[in-house]
Design a protein around this ligand. Sequence first.
Ligand code: MN
Length: 236
Amino acid sequence: MTLETYRKKRRFSVTTEPQGTTAGGARKTKALAFVVQKHRATALHYDVRLEWGGVMLSWAVPKGPCYDPTVKRLAMQVEDHPIEYNKFEGIIPEGEYGGGTVMIWDHGSWTPESPDADAALKKGDLKLTFHGKKLRGSWVLVRTRGRPGDGKPAWLMIKHRDQWASTEDVTELAPRSVVSNRLLIEIARDEGGDMRKAADGDPRALLQEILKNPALLAPPKLRHKKAVWRSKKAVS
Ligand code: MN
């Protein structure tokens, strides 16, 4: 597990995403972290990341997690990310890799359900429990044979039947950031992103409600930025 691919894809002189420290060994005492970042890039997806071996193993889930055990959600494995990435919420500049708005949609800890998680990952059948604010209970990530010629391994993310299973759509019911309570459009507004593009990833019905009642918008996040001086002189 290495961050080489992660770093190659990004220009850290342009993006504010973390560069990541050298991948260390697995932490023994602290719980394993997970994060789900809602990412309105070229297309909307949810990046599910699991701490393992000193990095965040990452899958891009186009439709996001689903609590219905009969639904299988495609999860494309992507490059490992640094653990510091878990704190990233904001804007990746347009034209850069993953350009768009990123929201911390959920976070917490996870536990592997099999005693040998390395073997489970190698086999492509990882049963796990999420202890998040939105994601709870038992799930599985299972690798498919994937498409021939395509380097990215395709996995499926599926809810196990337990007391948390439900047919309610968690992505529609809980669309806001767990750290800032913002929608994508509000993150784009606060961080200088493309609001129109970001809004495309927010629930349409909620945006309609906000248009009718703008008080539903989260107040702008205060930023300690120097005001831009503008001349009051008329331009001749
Ligand atoms: Mn992404």
